[in-house]
Ligand binder design. Structure first.
Ligand code: ATR
Length: 277
């Protein structure tokens, strides 16, 4: 999605993938900085490690405790720090890295846009309390959902997140377990559904999808998981995780370029690349 977007923006830049061992992350970040990369993305398990390794943390990275986007900055002789895209080759006196998080905002944007749903005041069941589940839970809390139920195979992880939300957003009603009533949205943030034959991410004896108005699966490959198939047959509005991938990328591109991201072009590029259509 990034390379077609860069071309459209008229930038002679390239987005490339590098395989970096976690023990080499510090060296890789310093190397990218020394080579005056404009910026980069990080994925699991680097997102947490990078919090300690970047020179500056944007509020977004501080808020969610993870870095998925890095912007390299240069200090001019006048002492001003600016993105490397705005620095002339000879004016850089010093380099530094700034970490951002674009994942969390992408979760709520994707849910609200792709499911045409307002999260403020909504009743939400969140399945999964791993890395993705934790960020989603905290972001839903900050978006002002009305009630939040957390379910996870390992209950203690859901309880820890509920406790953290209780400390940071004390007005929100957050509980572990299944909702006894109708809800607006059920979200799958577990890895169940990635592989063919995976069981559903919830216990059908304790919850039925016809109690949910909409269902969101953070998984985007396969395009339709068993969870989404069951939700669609139960009459829910459904969306998969492609929007999350798209919106975190669009925001990262805006951080690097300072320009508005060509979102629809990026969506088409993603769809073609992932689904071949
Ligand atoms: P991610 O970064 O994608 O969130 P993760 O942190 O490994 O990955 O989290 C995976 C999530 O899927 C967790 O909620 C995990 O449940 P546990 O916390 O109990 O491990 C859930 N998950 C993975 N395999 C599962 C399975 N077979 N049954 C139920 N839940 C499962």
């Amino acid at each position: 999605m990034h390379n077609p977007a860069l071309e459209t923006l008229g930038l002679d830049w390239r987005y490339l993938a590098f395989d970096v061992h976690p023990e080499q992350l510090a060296a890789a970040l310093k190397g990218a900085q020394a080579m005056k990369f404009i910026g980069l993305n990080l994925t699991v398990p680097h997102k947490l490690l990078a919090v300690e390794l970047v020179d500056e943390l944007d509020d977004s990275a501080r808020m969610w405790g993870a870095v998925n986007t890095v912007l390299f900055e240069g200090r001019t002789a006048q002492g001003e720090w600016k993105p490397l895209r705005d620095c002339g080759p000879d004016e850089i006196a010093e380099l530094r890295s700034r970490g951002f998080n674009t994942d969390a905002d992408a979760i709520t944007r994707a849910i609200e846009e792709d499911l045409r749903l307002s999260l403020r005041g909504a009743k939400v069941l969140l399945l999964g309390a791993g890395g993705a589940g934790r960020t989603a839970a905290l972001k839903l809390a900050s978006a002002g959902v009305g009630e939040l139920w957390l379910v996870n195979r390992t209950l203690s992880k859901a309880e820890e997140i509920a406790a953290e939300i209780g400390r940071r957003w004390s007005n929100l009603r957050v509980r572990t377990g299944y909702p006894p009533e109708k809800i607006d949205l059920a979200i799958n943030a577990t890895s169940l559904g990635l592989r063919a034959g995976d069981p559903l991410p919830f216990d059908p004896a304790k919850f039925a999808l016809n109690r949910a108005g909409a269902a969101y699966d953070m998984i985007y490959r396969p395009a339709e998981t068993e969870f989404l198939r069951a939700a669609a047959s139960a009459g829910c509005r459904v969306a998969n995780g492609l929007g999350m991938l798209l919106y975190q990328g669009a925001k990262a591109l805006e951080i690097w370029t300072g320009a508005a991201a060509p979102v629809e072009l990026m969506r088409t590029a993603l769809r073609e690349h992932i689904y071949g259509a």
